[in-house]
Design a protein around this ligand. Structure first.
Ligand SMILES: Nc1ncnc2c1ncn2[C@@H]1O[C@H](COP(=O)(O)OP(=O)(O)OP(=O)(O)O)[C@@H](O)[C@H]1O
Length: 581
């Protein structure tokens, strides 16, 4: 996979270079100044892009981080510190990082509107402190010294464009890393991220740290533009207004950051200069808001998704039709999965697992072993406790009784993400895959290791998913569940817990999936615990089956024996008078 979309960035660099020639040499001093304001605001927008756009965290205090950057830069200027403006700028950004991390800590426990209130509280507190104290240099009237090369406003415009582009390219590269992509995943589902071995806490704190750094740089640039700053330059109202613009425009896309910078900082002045009514800005804002409410995504996300989906559809249409594989075994050929090879090491060993939801005993003293190299079925009627079993074993349920061991190592005290990284993966009954991701990207997140294109292609082909460049947004729901399974297998865990992977599949597809799952241990070295309602799929995939009913094991053994057991049939058909176990 490319680390960066070189063509788009090539065009962006060319446009930026042209702007650096045209703006200082063609526009009047006033418009140059306004252009600087727009680009500095775009840099601050890039910080919203990280925290709000990518990580989906509601932060309303980015201008407070910017104020820290400005304060540090002005303080270093006042002290004539060595290094000069560029070095001070970086130090200003770094100074905002610990504050960003400190603000991010509550984000580990609270989210949504509550977190917005916490961050807004910080913005209010910062406002009070800034109002009560002056920025360094104000009393001494010592304005900031720009580097001589960028001393004029025209030169300074070039500097802010360079900073914007460097940050933009840096973010584009960073966004393709596992940490960068993990933000997209936590934005859609923190549970899915944890199941992929992503530490949600570390991921969120990193987003806060990076966004604070960028906002701090933006604040430093603002100090460089104004020479001296006052508290109103970083008022909390600014944070709110830019947050609203960020939600509507999508500043995690570079064009969104730029448009957001113009919209958030200089729109009113541009309208005034062009002698257009100020109401136009309000109308535009309202229309963008209606659009975002209707589509559920930002303007730039919408445009990008449309383009990407159109290209993917065109590519799919150009593919030759796949020969129809025989999904069902020829008549008279029974599908009997092989039992796991004899091994002295159980893959997953669960002993005495008991889970209570208040008075409801969802699981009562359950023992279950998934042998290394085996595919074991866990079946039972609705409400039997299957999902609870998966949730407890994978660490998503606290306070269970009993023990869970993976290849002899106890997992009981470990978090879901650590269990996942230790080799126990799970899928969910409903998939929440960030639609912006391509299938390759989703597999890369799931794999949590370097996954070659060949390996990814093999997995996609094995599970009948479309080509890897196809965005998840145009993959149907049934195939997304298979993609989820492929992502779990891509990590090469010791054991994968699959929660109803065949939902949304036709009977033939489901049977085909069963046959493939039976092959997974020998082909990919991954043992499986399969929760399913589809008995044909269970027969095709599993050599062994355990049946739950009302939180008890009512049968366990070879698939054929268990499925012919009258108690099992009674549990499924709801007939009475059949004793348990
Ligand atoms: N969060 C919860 N709070 C209280 N009771 C719960 C909770 N989750 C599940 N239960 C109860 O625990 C029991 C087991 O539910 P669980 O979802 O594990 O069953 P299941 O076998 O996975 O069902 P299905 O096949 O419908 O997914 C049920 O009685 C259910 O009502």
């Amino acid at each position: 996979m490319n680390m960066i979309d070189k063509r788009s960035w090539g065009i962006a660099v060319a446009v930026a270079a042209a702007a650096c020639v045209i703006v200082p040499n063609v526009l009047s001093a006033y418009w140059v100044y306004l252009a600087i304001t727009a680009v500095v605001s775009s840099v601050i927008m890039q910080s919203y892009g990280v925290i709000v756009g990518r990580a989906g965290v509601m932060s309303l205090c980015q201008m407070s981080f910017a104020a820290i950057g400005a304060w540090v830069v002005l303080r270093l200027n006042l002290a004539d510190a060595p290094g000069g403006f560029i070095v001070w700028l970086v130090i200003g950004g770094l100074a905002a990082v610990p504050v960003g991390v400190a603000i991010g800590l509550p984000a580990l426990r609270i989210r949504g509107v509550n977190l917005a209130v916490v961050t807004f509280g910080f913005a209010v507190a910062a406002d009070i402190v800034l109002n009560a104290n002056q920025f360094p240099g104000t009393t001494e009237l010592k304005t900031l010294q720009r580097p001589s090369l960028f001393a004029t406003n025209g030169g300074y415009f070039v500097l802010v464009v360079i900073v914007f582009m460097v940050l933009g390219i840096g973010l584009a590269i960073f966004n393709r890393t596992r940490l960068g992509m993990s933000w997209l995943e936590i934005r859609y589902s923190e549970r899915a991220a944890a199941a992929h071995g992503i530490s949600v806490a570390r991921s969120k704190l990193a987003a806060f740290a990076l966004s604070a750094f960028i906002a701090g740089i933006g604040g430093g640039l603002m100090a460089g533009q104004l020479g001296l700053v006052v508290s109103s330059n970083f008022a909390m109202g600014q944070s709110l207004a830019l947050f609203a613009v960020a939600i509507l425009i999508g500043p995690h896309n570079p064009e969104g950051a730029f448009m957001g910078g113009i919209f958030g900082a200089v729109m009113a002045t541009i309208l005034e200069k062009l002698r257009l009514p100020q109401d136009l800005g309000g109308i535009l804002f309202g229309l963008t808001a209606i659009f975002a409410l209707r589509s559920g995504v930002s303007q730039t996300d919408f445009t990008r998704a449309r383009k990407r989906e159109a290209a993917a559809r065109k590519m799919l249409e150009s593919l030759p039709d796949k020969p129809k594989e025989q999904a069902v075994a020829p008549a008279g050929v029974p599908l009997v999965p092989k039992p796991a090879p004899a091994s002295d090491k159980p893959g997953l060993s669960v002993r005495g697992l008991t889970v209570k939801y208040g008075e409801v005993v969802a699981l009562d003293n359950i023992d279950l072993v998934v042998p290394s190299g085996g595919v074991v079925g866990l079946i039972g009627p609705n409400g039997a406790g299957k999902s609870t079993f998966i949730a407890a074993v994978s660490g998503f349920l606290h306070g269970y009784e009993g023990t869970v061991e993976l290849e002899g190592r106890s997992l009981d005290k470990l978090t879901p993400s650590v269990r996942a990284s230790s080799g126990l993966r799970r899928t969910f009954q409903t998939t929440v895959i960030a639609p912006e991701l391509t299938q390759y990207e989703y597999l890369a997140i799931g794999a949590n290791r370097k996954l070659s294109k060949e390996e990814a292609d093999e997995l996609l082909d094995f599970f009948d998913c479309p080509p890897g460049d196809v965005p998840v947004s145009i993959v149907d729901v049934g195939t997304r569940r298979l993609l989820d399974v492929a992502a779990a297998i891509a990590a090469k865990p010791k054991v994968a817990l699959l929660d109803e992977p065949a939902a949304g599949q036709s009977a033939a597809e489901s049977l085909k999936l069963g046959r493939r799952l039976a092959e997974v241990p020998s082909r990919f070295g991954v043992s499986i615990l399969l929760v399913e309602h589809d008995m044909e799929l269970v027969r095709a995939a599993c050599a062994q089956v355990t049946v739950l009913d009302f939180g008890h094991v009512i049968a366990s053994g070879s698939t054929e024996e268990v499925l012919d057991n009258p108690a099992v049939m009674a549990a499924y058909l709801g007939t009475a008078d059949v004793p348990l176990g």
